[in-house]
Design a protein around this ligand. Sequence first.
Ligand code: ADP
Length: 224
Amino acid sequence: NLSHELRTPLNVLTSINQLIKNLCKKEVFITPEKLSYYMDIMDRNTSRLLNLINNLIDNSKIENNSYVLTKKDEDIVYLVEETVLDMKDYIEEKGIELIFDTDVEEKTVRCDKTEIERCIINLVGNAVKFTSEGGLIEVTIKDLDDKVKISVKDSGIGISEENKRLIFDRFNQVVDKSAELKGGSGLGLTISKQLITLHGGDIYVESEVGVGSEFIIILPVNND
Ligand code: ADP
């Protein structure tokens, strides 16, 4: 699956390169629209490759215990809300409604801001990928005193019992052929789980096929 994931975007990039070269050789005029269309495809595939390689490197570092978190006291409510709001336009452009709700206004958690952001982006990004137009994504924060619960719930396609056990494992994406079409490295949840574990927390999923999925992160307030 990994070689496939690496090869696909590279093949796309090579094909487009070849195509443009041929047009140039034949001195065929390329309209700016056509050119920007090709550039967009190249952009998407470069990002996909970069994302995959970054995830692979981080995954190896975490497995070798050489990944260092930079923990500080952060207001988790502000952190999650800002991250989710940054994705609001992207979510609504897909015709999906976004609701953010919290039962506390402020809550300090010792954590690596960038890495928690990354987990939220992964979860919300997945929720968008697997929810159709007209659907709903709800992000909620609940204060559990010495812990905090962050939930990302969608009304998407859901996950079968069998796949629930597999999705936090490396290159799990192979379990779902339709997911392959949607792009992704099959590493997002693996890295998210590793990062949450490094914070002394837990991440799990509750889901029903055809109804939706809820990914839940439990983070301890103090985890040094
Ligand atoms: P990818 O980068 O391929 O999305 P992830 O590790 O983030 O990899 O997710 C692994 C797989 O878990 C996905 O390919 C998909 O099959 C399933 N999955 C993740 N999130 C959801 C969701 N919100 N709804 C349905 N399926 C999901």
